[in-house]
Design a protein around this ligand. Structure first.
Ligand code: GLN
Length: 308
């Protein structure tokens, strides 16, 4: 590791910087207001060292990178069996916001698409929406090792334009996947997507997963190892939506992207990787994020099937 990693991320950063392909997400108006060329790369190791380059400390909203962390909380709250009755673990091959359930099981196909993520949010325990959201925000903060904050403007923008997600929520209610108030579940999902993080935070959240659920800096145990395994499994097969197959083929790491422009990837037992660059490809994945991860995986031989 050490200076080799530092030099490598500097090199990949400067090689990837010239790529200005892709578009900002604009279906949530507030997301189209960010600086399009921001770019940061961070790698956090399981012994708590963070390598960073570029806009590593610039805040942006976590968006769909929240999904594995809320799924983990639902698993911890309800147990794997109860969650499995509501959310399947099969890649969908469909866009993240598809209004669909598996026709045979009548469940969302996985927790990384919106239907599964809204269901996972509905399963987070707590007496009311406020306290359930505080549990979500508090748990993400423990993964990051610092207090994360809520972005009111992005939340308002998403809530104002989130008709498709509301349609998904009501579909879930009509199939009894959500048994409570569907609007409440969708609201909780909008809120979790609107938590601000930096690239550095995300690398530590990923490194906590890589470190079997223990934050490598604070030594806080955030998730049981048996659940880490389950979460990383669905990140491997479903984390990059309908780009998941190509991602696994080329990069070979469990990962999750968000329309805010972040991507996290996890090398179990070793490192957490995070990239921020808000121009997105057609799947909603950061263009430079995918390119930089591909380069990192090749140069450091990170593909999980790679034999040295
Ligand atoms: N909040 C966004 C939505 O549901 C998250 C999507 C994403 O990051 N892919 O539309």
């Amino acid at each position: 590791m050490s200076t080799v990693v530092g030099a490598l991320i500097e090199k990949i950063f400067s090689e990837t910087c010239s790529n200005r392909d892709g578009e900002l997400a604009d279906y949530i108006p507030e997301l189209a207001a960010v600086a399009p060329d921001s770019f940061g790369i961070c790698i956090a190791t399981v012994d708590g060292y963070v390598y960073e380059v570029g806009d590593a400390r610039l805040p942006f909203t976590i968006q769909s990178i929240s999904k594995p962390f809320t799924y983990a909380l639902a698993l911890a709250d309800r147990g794997a069996e109860a969650v499995g009755e509501k959310i399947d673990v099969e890649p969908s091959g469909e866009p993240f916001n598809e209004i669909s359930l598996d026709p045979t099981t009548e469940r969302p196909r996985n927790p990384m698409i919106n239907a599964g993520a809204i269901t996972a949010a509905s399963l987070v325990a707590g007496p009311d929406v406020e306290s359930r959201f505080e549990r979500i925000r508090g748990t993400y903060s423990r993964y990051a090792g610092r207090e994360l904050t809520f972005n009111e403007a992005v939340y308002a923008s998403e809530s104002h334009t989130g008709h498709r997600n509301r349609a998904i929520g009501h579909m879930l209610r009509s199939f009894d996947i959500i048994t409570g108030d569907p609007d409440e579940a969708v609201d909780l999902y909008f809120r979790q997507c609107s938590i601000d993080v930096t690239c550095r935070d995300l690398s530590l959240m990923a490194a906590t997963m890589a470190n079997n659920g223990v934050n490598p800096v604070t030594q806080d145990t955030v998730l049981a190892p048996v659940l880490v395994e389950r979460v990383l499994s669905v990140m491997s097969t479903c984390g990059m939506y309908d780009g998941a197959g190509k991602w696994l083929y080329e990069v070979g790491l469990p990962a999750k992207s968000g329309v805010g422009g972040g991507i996290v990837a996890v090398l179990p037992g070793q490192i957490g990787i995070a990239i921020y660059s808000p121009r997105l490809d057609a799947h909603g994945n950061s263009v430079r994020g995918v390119e930089a991860c591909r380069a990192l995986s090749t140069e450091l031989e990170l593909h999980f099937l790679h034999v040295t």
